[in-house]
Design a binder for this molecule. Structure first.
Ligand code: ADP
Ligand code: MG
Length: 420
């Protein structure tokens, strides 16, 4: 029996950084990056550091920067950078990171260019380019440290390609994954100093990481905060969030339109976080069957109201990918969960300590400890400029907690007021 394919292409990508066509907003940040590319091209090196919480769009912005820095992608911009990307892993050493960059540099040039200057490298150096990780054994034998060789290798490489490119852009993403013990601050400080001293000013780095990665770097070497143009990605505006949805829907054929009220609801519930928009957009798109996304599709896709616990809803996906980890794995103490559930039961977003205290079963010290621990883990936020007032980390997290409370009460045989 022939199987009919009824699926439509879903234009939302909660688990991937976006491409150029789907990228929305961030105009100011984008302009700042363009300026850095322009300055570096003129021999005025501008390194960049993009920070912001997970899911805020760091990798996407870096990806767009890479696309824009290369030749001919967008007609009105004529940068011609050689661009490479390295994503850090938690067990990477400094050598591993350097090798990843070097290998990617070589991969991104024509063999004809490489053949022109490869004899400049020693046999050992060539091993690094060719075998990467395998070179580590050679390193142990010869006691050579690839990360110490890195500035020289990079400079020699640059000499070989400088006629062909405006400069080199090296993106290092997920910097927060690597161990604090690596002294990455010292590495970048001496690398930048050496490149500057030897007048290699058309080599720029774009680093991405959580705020703490930047803080660690600057803590290791205070002068590094002057070395970077810091781009702090914050929550997106409602306008930008709606642009994400509209740009995505614009890419598909036959056309799918959306109720303007639903657009407002998505912007509200996702609270400025592009990752949430992509997840909610993805699930709502799947819930729709008539090429018009209405409030029913919204409730079904999100998994609220009568659609609570619907399979593949955005809330179920987010629970699996993000919220369960916080609620179940990270919190050993039941007191933490109790505070979260009390906060989720409050009808307004800003919850006072009194409200929680009245409902909390344990002692006040236990409550204070729980609140502090939740704040440290970014599960709740203090309301700025006030004392004893808190908010859950996001509106979707609140919906998730409500969903869990219902499910847990149900399994204990309690009614919707928590009574037997
Ligand atoms: N400017 C944007 N326009 C559209 N979608 C975006 C934008 N920024 C981020 N996203 C989406 O949000 C999600 C998280 O983005 P990502 O770049 O991976 O964040 P980070 O690297 O900060 O964790 C991805 O699904 C991506 O598609
Ligand atoms: Mg990322």
């Amino acid at each position: 029996m022939p199987i009919e394919v009824t699926s439509r292409m879903n234009p939302f990508s909660p688990d991937q950084p976006v491409d150029w066509e789907y990228f929305a907003g961030r105009e100011e940040e984008f302009q700042a990056i363009m300026d850095c590319l322009f300055q570096t091209k003129q021999n005025m090196t501008h390194h960049i550091f993009i920070t912001g919480e997970r899911g805020i769009g760091k990798t996407s912005l870096a990806k767009i920067t890479m696309a824009m820095s290369k030749k001919d992608v967008i007609k009105s911009f004529t940068f011609n950078y050689l661009t490479v990307n390295c994503t850090c892993d938690s067990n990477d050493s400094l050598d591993d990171i350097c090798v990843k960059i070097l290998k990617d540099l070589k991969k991104n040039i024509d063999n004809t260019i490489w053949d022109r200057f490869k004899e400049k490298f020693s046999e050992f150096e060539l091993k690094i380019w060719h075998f990467g990780f395998a070179a580590k054994t050679a390193v142990e034998e010869k006691e050579i440290d690839i990360s110490k060789e890195f500035p020289f290798l990079l400079e020699e490489f640059f000499d070989g390609v400088k006629e062909s490119f405006d400069g080199i852009l090296i993106v290092v993403d997920e910097l927060d994954r690597i161990s604090d013990k690596l002294q990455i601050g010292s590495f970048f400080k001496s690398l930048f100093e050496k490149l500057n001293l030897d007048s290699y000013k058309r080599i720029m780095f774009l680093l991405c990481g959580l705020n703490k990665a930047y803080e660690n770097l600057v803590e290791q070497h205070e002068s590094l905060n002057r070395a970077f143009r810091l781009i702090e990605l914050g929550y997106m505006s409602d306008k930008e969030l709606k642009e994400i949805i509209l740009k995505a829907l614009d890419r598909i054929n036959p056309k799918v339109s959306i109720d303007i009220k639903v657009l407002d609801k998505i912007a509200h519930i996702t609270g400025g976080m592009p990752y949430f928009v992509q997840q909610v957009g993805y699930s709502i798109f799947n819930a729709d069957t008539d090429n018009f996304i209405d409030e029913e599709d919204y409730a079904k896709g999100l998994g609220i109201g009568k659609y609570i616990n619907v399979k593949d809803s955005a809330l179920e996906q987010l629970a699996r990918k993000r919220f369960n980890k916080i609620y179940i794995d990270e919190f050993k103490s039941n007191a933490y969960r109790e505070v979260l559930k009390i906060m989720a039961s409050c009808s307004i977003e800003i919850v006072t300590k009194e409200f929680i205290k009245e409902r909390f079963k344990g002692k006040e010290t236990k409550l204070t400890n729980a609140i502090n621990a939740l704040r440290e883990r970014n599960a709740i936020k203090s309301v700025r400029g006030t004392k004893g007032k808190y908010e859950l980390a996001s509106r979707l997290f609140k919906e998730y907690l409500k969903m869990r409370t219902l499910a847990e009460d149900y399994s204990l045989g309690l009614d919707k007021n928590g009574k037997k």
